[in-house]
Design a protein around this ligand. Structure first.
Ligand code: TRP
Ligand code: SF4
Length: 328
């Protein structure tokens, strides 16, 4: 039996943080079971960044290096950049002909984003942004992907992908496109160092590529039990961000830490020191891999060139069928 096909992607918006590791771990596992295509969605990044495109190129590289450093394997999976495979744009155009505007206007992510970004003074009332899910449908269907591993926020986009594919198949009496299903990634419940949702825009994240010093300063900034003013005050680990992290990164010691905290045997400074050490140890293999890639920049270019070439082959075959169906 041939392997199922996966397409997933991320927009290049800067360094990934440890909250993204559960998604990447999932991708890493899927590489064995599926033929995976992992795409950097640089065109999608422009839809909300029309005036700040100068950072996109370096963000693309940064993102790919993040992926490779955690074990996305370009021998096993197709790793590529969206804008290097022009077939996405052609399929997007043809899909845009058959997609009713109402479907896009009703898309919950569209309404949310226009409002959210509007509040930040950003005007994204463009044709391109309205068509964001149409481009995403082209990304997915140009590889005839049957499975799309994404977070919950992307469910409406995969739903629209199915609808667009179905409509195309119906209008042109063909069976070219499958109906891809969403594979929901488990969400990371890891808070940022200030206890809010982890996000670069809150400046409360720990980057996958963080140096030891960066990890240390982030851990030092973590909110502890506010009622524990002095070291001699007993603490409550359940309300402490450091403890949330200990549970994940230092499971062998958590019982002891909780006990030590409740009985004031361990101080927050020592507790944070332990946490810094375990996170540092956890991220260090990724950092090493990153160093290798940075020392050899041609390697990343080569990986992306090979990835684009492999992707293009599949995409070109689909487009040949599509043109035939549309009779163009
Ligand atoms: N919209 C996705 C996000 O913001 C990124 C993306 C673009 C994508 N094309 C895709 C994800 C195709 C899955 C499949 O996360
Ligand atoms: Fe948090 Fe550790 Fe301090 Fe307890 S000892 S409040 S778990 S940092």
């Amino acid at each position: 039996m041939s392997k199922g096909r996966i397409l997933s992607g991320m927009r290049p918006t800067g360094r990934l943080h440890i909250g993204h590791l559960s998604v990447l771990e999932n991708w890493r596992r899927l590489q064995k079971e599926y033929q995976c295509h992992f795409m950097v969605a640089d065109w999608h990044a422009i839809t909300t960044k029309i005036e700040e495109t100068e950072s996109i190129r370096s963000n693309v590289r940064e993102l790919v290096i993040d992926w490779l450093s955690v074990g996305i394997d370009p021998e096993e999976s197709v790793v590529f950049v969206q804008s290097q495979v022009k077939e996405h744009a052609e399929l997007h155009l043809l899909f845009s002909m058959i997609t009713p505007i109402g479907w896009l206007e009703r898309c919950p992510t569209y309404k949310d984003q226009v409002q959210q970004l509007g509040e930040q003074g950003k005007d994204i009332n463009t044709y391109g942004f309205l068509g964001y899910p149409v481009l995403q449908a082209a990304d997915i269907l140009v590889y005839k992907a049957d499975t799309v591993p994404v977070g919950e926020d992307q469910i409406p986009h995969v739903e629209l992908t199915r609808e667009i594919g179905r409509r195309f198949n119906f209008l042109y009496q063909t069976k070219i496109f499958p109906e891809p299903k969403t594979l929901l990634a488990e969400v990371s419940l890891l808070p940022g160092v200030d206890g809010r949702k982890m996000s670069k825009s809150y400046n409360n994240e720990i980057a996958i590529s963080a140096t030891t010093e960066e990890i240390q300063s982030r851990v030092n900034a973590m909110i502890t039990d506010p009622a524990r003013v002095r070291k001699t005050d007993p603490g409550n680990p359940e309300v402490c961000v450091v403890y949330t992290y200990q549970k994940l990164y230092n499971p062998g010691e958590t019982a002891e830490i909780a006990e030590g905290c409740r009985t004031a045997q361990i101080g927050c400074v020592a507790c944070k020191k332990k946490l810094t050490a375990v996170i540092d140890g956890f991220l260090s293999p990724f950092r090493e891999k990153r160093q290798q890639l940075l020392a050899n920049p041609g390697q990343v270019d080569e990986i992306l060139a090979t990835g684009a070439e492999k992707a293009r082959k599949v995409a070109q075959a689909t487009l040949a069928e599509v043109r035939e169906a549309v009779k163009i």
